[in-house]
Design a protein around this ligand. Structure first.
Ligand SMILES: [Zn+2]
Length: 64
């Protein structure tokens, strides 16, 4: 398992949705599923991405 300091791993504690964004990501930290489904704000937790992360949502590592 290797840290990928160029990327951030986001995870919603409410519904489990996760995604990976570039380290310079400046968008919202609100979970898009909670926002879209329930119009409810859930702040996603952030940590350094690891190469073993397999996000359900967007994976910025594959968009290079
Ligand atoms: Zn959520």
């Amino acid at each position: 398992m290797t840290d990928q300091a160029d990327f951030i791993y986001f995870e919603c504690q409410a519904c489990g949705f996760d995604s990976v964004q570039k380290a310079d990501f400046t968008g919202s930290d609100a979970c898009p599923l909670c926002d879209g489904d329930n119009n409810r704000y859930s702040q996603m937790t952030q940590r350094i991405c690891r190469d073993t992360d397999q996000p359900e949502g967007r994976d910025a590592r594959t968009a290079l």
